[in-house]
Design a protein around this ligand. Structure first.
Ligand code: HEC
Length: 116
């Protein structure tokens, strides 16, 4: 009898843990989707060279997918303020706000990196 009660409690506890984990992971996913879609919308100007999901496209345009988020932000800031010299990239990022750069970096860093 004791065993059955213990078993029941174990199952109950397991169920609670399972359900709460479901909630947590669902929460994260939807948050990530919002981040993704904000960054994705802002990335339309970048697609022609960096590809739909940052996979790199035109020769010389680096892969952005799966790159470290903060690295991407620093790279964009550097083109904007001239620490990195590249006329094309400067013109594409100089109009971006800090928030735009963060959204773009969130988007590209969360994309799966694929080799070309
Ligand atoms: C006309 C083509 C073109 C477009 C459009 C373009 N890029 Fe680039 N991007 C490049 C090239 C080429 C480089 C490499 C430049 C260099 O040698 O420094 C680059 C480099 C970068 C880097 C640095 C990557 C690294 O590994 O260091 C980032 C970040 C980046 N681009 C983001 C963007 C974003 C965000 C947009 C859209 C707002 C964009 N680019 C639009 C061509 C483009």
């Amino acid at each position: 009898m004791k065993f059955i009660i213990l078993l029941g409690m174990g199952l109950l506890l397991g169920g609670v843990i399972y359900i709460s984990e479901e909630f947590v992971s669902k929460g994260n996913n939807s948050e990530q989707r919002v981040v993704e879609s904000k960054g994705r919308q802002k990335s339309t100007a970048c697609i022609s060279c960096h590809g739909l999901a940052g996979e790199g496209h035109v020769q010389g345009a680096p892969i952005l997918a799966g790159q470290i988020r903060d690295y991407l932000i620093v790279a964009m800031q550097s083109y904007a303020d001239g620490r990195r010299k590249h006329d094309l990239m400067q013109s594409f990022v100089s109009g971006l706000s800090d928030e735009d750069m963060q959204d773009l970096a969130d988007f590209y860093s969360s994309q799966k990196r694929r080799l070309r």
